[in-house]
Design a binder for this molecule. Structure first.
Ligand code: PHE
Length: 476
């Protein structure tokens, strides 16, 4: 085992775990991690809630400032140290190893529930494949499914095993290969469904006809009605936490992927491409979903919140008639691709840290983690039946086990980690440590000035506000 690991190291260069073949492979894999259910479901739902085009403008501004800063930092830390979060932070400053451990805990927590959501999506693929899409449109269908212990667990386990299979096969043969196939397919599918959504029209019982193009306007037009400072701040915070989640930053995942990037790759250009991909898919998801819901359910349908993907959309597909079954299948297939490449990145970040700490080899590490997380996924999947609980969250909502895990990792830990990382980079290690890595080999870093100001002054302040808000201290 040992000799195999060391010969692999020699053959592949700096990293015993293997590397991405080049910039395209890396960008597609990182985009694979970034593009997930967050883009397809969370972004459109937030845009509908937060003033349409207004949210979109705020989001884009924050993506090219905050998103850019956080993503650049993670990737540069990974490539410069060639290590995973725990050891990477320890290398920057030994006393800051605790931050590496904290960062490592985020994917450890997310992994307990991500396969469960992947399982829900997989279930809906089988529903549309077997032609039972109309059943999925009935009231109570989704609740019926997640509260049945057997089916909910089985689909979570299936998704978990698919994820494990990819990680087991390694960086180049597993992750990069999968992303190279799925990401372009996903892009083509979403463009096709978005165009189809534009052509929809429907006349309801009261004789009102609504068209896809009107729906597009609802999505894109900035809505300033009733805009107060307080509401604007809420929109800002929604957009900010969406950026974290969507770009998979501040959870060690991009540090791990960064550690597989070769020295000749242009980090600055890669960051720009990953952001384009991620933001582009999110915007297209809105073009696909908002007009469809508007046409068949009017403005009322917009308020369905998180239930949008599994409750409202099946109703919309049913209303489309026969073709809706195909569109539904296409949509859930696409969602499964997006979720799989994201779930793979979460498991990879955990596996890579474990391999480094315990000096174990990839396959055995993956197998052990698969056993642990299969059990964890089943427990979380049963959180809607056998282990049902109602726990109050600091933001005022009531959650089941899955929501609690999601809240701890995304709302609570990620802003805290970004706050501490920006202090470490901006004030202790110095931003030059990052910018030197971006400029390695004479590469250009056009927005270096912006990066320095962001990481030293702006990111810490905003993250502190976000963190305080997540603890409930600032009210909600
Ligand atoms: N970035 C993914 C999305 O937009 C979510 C994700 C979160 C992926 C955490 C991996 C880890 O859905």
């Amino acid at each position: 085992m040992l000799s195999m690991a060391s010969s692999e190291k020699k053959a592949r260069g700096k990293h015993s775990a293997g590397n991405f073949t080049g910039q395209i492979g890396f960008v597609l894999a990182a985009a694979g991690s970034a593009v997930g259910v967050g883009n397809l479901w969370r972004f459109p739902y937030l845009a509908a809630k937060d003033g349409g085009g207004l949210f979109i403008i705020v989001y884009i501004v924050l993506a090219v400032t905050f998103g850019f800063t956080l993503l650049t930092s993670d990737i540069a830390i990974g490539r410069r140290t060639g290590k995973n979060s725990i050891n990477a932070y320890a290398e920057m400053r030994p006393r800051w190893k605790f931050l590496g451990i904290l960062t490592f805990l985020v994917p450890v927590i997310i992994m307990t529930y991500y396969a469960v959501i992947g399982g829900w999506i997989t279930k809906y693929i089988t529903v549309y494949l077997t032609g039972s899409g109309l059943e999925a449109a009935e009231d109570g269908y989704f609740t019926g499914f997640i509260t049945s212990p057997g089916p909910a667990s089985v689909f979570a386990v299936i998704f978990m095993l698919m994820t494990a299979f990819v990680v087991y096969n390694g960086v180049e043969q597993g992750i990069e290969k999968l992303s190279r196939i799925l990401m372009p397919v996903l892009l083509v599918m979403i463009i096709a469904i978005a165009i189809f959504a534009m052509t929809l029209h429907h006349t309801d019982d009261s004789g009102v006809t609504r068209t896809g193009l009107q729906g597009l306007l609802v999505y894109l037009k900035p809505d300033f009605t009733g805009l107060t400072l307080r509401r604007f701040l809420q929109i800002l915070l929604d957009a900010m936490s969406q950026i974290f989640f969507s770009l998979s930053v501040s959870m060690g995942i991009m540090i791990t992927y960064g550690s597989y990037v070769k020295k000749e790759v242009d980090i600055n250009a890669s960051v720009r491409q990953i952001e384009w991909f991620d933001t582009g898919i999110a915007l297209l998801a809105g073009v696909m979903i908002i007009p469809s819901i508007f046409v068949f359910e009017g403005m009322d349908g917009m308020n369905s919140g998180p239930g949008l993907m599994f409750v409202s959309l099946p109703k919309v597909f049913a209303a489309m008639g026969g073709i809706g079954q195909f569109v539904g299948l296409g949509f859930f297939l696409m969602a499964a691709f997006a979720a799989l490449t994201s779930c793979v990145s979460v498991l990879e970040a955990i596996a890579a840290n474990c391999m480094e700490i315990f000096h174990t080899e990839r396959r055995r590490t993956t197998l052990v983690l698969t056993v642990i997380y299969t059990i964890a996924s089943v427990v979380i999947a049963l959180g809607y039946s056998v282990f049902y609980v109602e726990l109050p969250l600091p933001n005022g909502s009531i959650g089941q086990i899955l929501d609690v895990m999601d809240y701890i990792s995304n709302s609570f830990m990620m802003p805290f980690i970004s706050l501490l990382s920006s202090i470490l980079i901006g004030w202790i290690v110095g931003s030059k440590w990052i910018t030197d890595e971006v400029e390695y080999g004479g590469k250009r870093f056009g927005l270096k000035g912006l990066y320095k100001v962001m990481i030293r002054y702006i990111v810490p302040v905003i993250m502190l506000i976000l963190f305080l808000q997540s603890t409930g201290i600032l009210g909600h």
